[in-house]
Design a protein around this ligand. Structure first.
Ligand code: FEO
Ligand code: CA
Ligand code: CA
Ligand code: CA
Length: 514
């Protein structure tokens, strides 16, 4: 231990410079292997979906952190890679066959993975391996039908997520309007439909109200339910905290310009149905109840609580909740207990680089109805990062951050983003010489975003999604990226496992301070 401590004291985390190389580059002391990529067979019937995002892992046995079930979100799809549909071709129309392929490629995957000789691998054809798609029937966990039904067909736009204290996966439906469109109301409350980007509604008439929810997946059999009580909006993630009496608090943000931050407090142990949904007023530090029965302003506009939840955005605006700069991932600091929220950017309001918001609940109680909000760290050239998105704390409380400048730096034309080059993974060490600094430790391939960071239960492996490499490809003969350098040269979103000395050292840094 003396010798180890001495080595640690001299440990300097060597960060990386911004890069525009078409590869997944890692800082010294890190290495990776690809676990699974788009199109890989996971079972006799099923293949791995496109654009993998959130990952999380539950071991079969707490004593063996190297064998368990990995959940992976498939947020959206690139039709060029999935169905061959190219909207750039003049007069292109999508066939039902193409839509069916697209519907299959989103949702999520459950796959059994194991670590052997330092490499994480899929257990092929394991009975647990399964796809959930935009075609899977999913129960709506609510006593009143939603758009006349108790079951929705499919989950989609699954961006980030979380895990429950009872070991199930949470997957969050974010930009759902791109698939089956959205509903709109005029001043007389007449409902009309806005068309989607993908045009799936031309072949499948599904109510937009069935999407935009937090979805819970049982890893053992893949059964799923949508939690209406948590409201309907572009949920980025859902982060749970279990109170002493086993009630739960769920934090979740709406990733859209000038939308809101929410928290649900359950009234019964382990329930994501019974309880109250609140929306944040960060100026006055108040959680405002989205409760039809106690809020006269909501009673005036909506007919019941179900309508308040389905139209949560409008309800939040009525209560004058604070408009935020696209709340993305949320994590609870395991050391201080503070809640961190990525605010990725808000270009119409001239916030190009975003920031990380810190929420301190009053007296550190997660069911408090008041809190203090402050900026923990701002993006921009001074701090060397832009557009924070996913967050993950490791076992020692170091904060890992991914960035998403997608659609900006990706087009190679948006000036504010040019100095940052490719999207990256950063870490803010809690201890040691670099404590509090933000340091780049991985750089993504061309057009890609690094998403879904999740640590294995022993803290030694970091699961990470490399999402949408080569997204700007216009023609398959000439892709903008070829990562992960597959035989066909087609770029493929993949989940990797990152391991190495650097992660192990980061997990021991507090020993220096002790
Ligand atoms: Fe899908 Fe908000 O990132
Ligand atoms: Ca995200
Ligand atoms: Ca996270
Ligand atoms: Ca994002």
């Amino acid at each position: 231990p003396e010798a180890i401590l001495k080595k640690l004291k001299n440990f300097v985390l060597k960060g990386m410079l911004p890069s525009d190389t078409d590869d997944l580059l890692l800082a010294n002391g890190l290495k990776y292997n690809v676990i699974v990529k788009h199109g890989d067979k996971i079972s006799v019937e099923d293949t791995f979906g496109d654009n993998n995002d959130f990952t999380c892992f539950i071991p079969f046995d707490e004593k063996n952190p190297k064998d368990g079930l990995l959940w992976v979100n498939h947020e959206y799809m690139n039709s060029l890679f999935v169905s061959g549909y190219n909207y750039r071709n003049p007069g292109a129309t999508k066939t039902k066959e193409q839509v069916d392929k697209e519907i299959y490629s989103v949702g999520g995957t459950i796959v059994r993975i194991k670590e052997e000789n330092g490499q994480w691998k899929v257990v092929e054809n394991d009975p647990y391996n399964k796809r959930i798609t935009a075609h899977t029937p999913i129960k709506l966990n609510w006593d009143v039908p939603i758009a006349g039904k108790n079951t929705a067909i499919g989950t989609l736009s699954n961006c980030s997520g979380g895990i429950t204290p009872w070991n199930t996966f949470l997957t969050c439906e974010e930009n759902y309007d791109s698939c089956f469109g959205e509903i709109k109301y005029d001043e007389n409350n007449n409902r009309s439909r806005i068309a989607s980007q993908y045009g799936w509604e031309k072949f499948y008439n599904r109510p937009p109200e069935h999407y935009g929810w937090v979805v819970e997946i049982d890893p053992k059999d893949g059964s799923a339910q949508k939690h209406i009580a948590l409201g309907r909006f572009a949920h980025e993630c859902c982060t749970l905290y279990e109170l002493d009496d086993k009630r739960v608090v769920a934090y979740t943000g709406d990733d859209k310009n000038s939308e809101h931050l929410y928290k649900f407090i359950s009234s019964k142990p382990g329930s994501l149905k019974e309880g109250t949904l609140y929306v944040a007023d960060t100026i006055n530090g108040k959680w405002l109840a989205l409760d039809w029965s106690t809020q006269p302003l909501l009673k005036e506009k909506f007919k019941d609580q179900t309508e308040v939840l389905v139209r949560a955005r409008e309800a939040s605006k009525i209560l004058k909740a604070t408009e935020l700069n696209r709340p993305e991932d949320i994590e609870i600091d395991p050391v201080t207990g503070h809640v961190f929220v990525s605010l990725t950017n808000n270009k119409p309001k001239n916030d190009f680089h975003g920031s990380i918001l810190k929420i301190e609940e009053t007296n550190g109680e997660y069911d408090a109805l008041t809190f203090k909000a402050s900026t923990y760290m701002a993006g921009g050239e001074e701090n060397g990062f832009s557009c924070p998105d996913n967050l993950a704390f490791d076992m020692s409380g170091n904060l890992w951050i991914t960035t998403d400048m997608s659609g900006s730096v990706m087009n190679r034309e948006d000036k504010p983003y040019m100095p940052f080059k490719n999207n990256s993974l950063f870490v803010i060490p809690r201890y040691g010489k670099d404590a509090g600094k933000i340091i780049r430790v991985a750089s993504a391939p061309i057009d890609a975003e690094l998403t879904g960071p999740w640590f294995s239960p022993d803290g030694k492996s970091l699961f990470l999604s490399v999402q949408h490499p080569g997204e700007q490809t216009k023609d398959l003969q000439n892709p903008t990226s070829t990562w992960p350098f597959d035989v066909d040269n087609i770029p493929k979103s993949s989940v990797v496992a990152i391991t190495g000395d650097l992660i192990e050292k980061m997990n021991k840094l507090q020993e220096i301070e002790a």
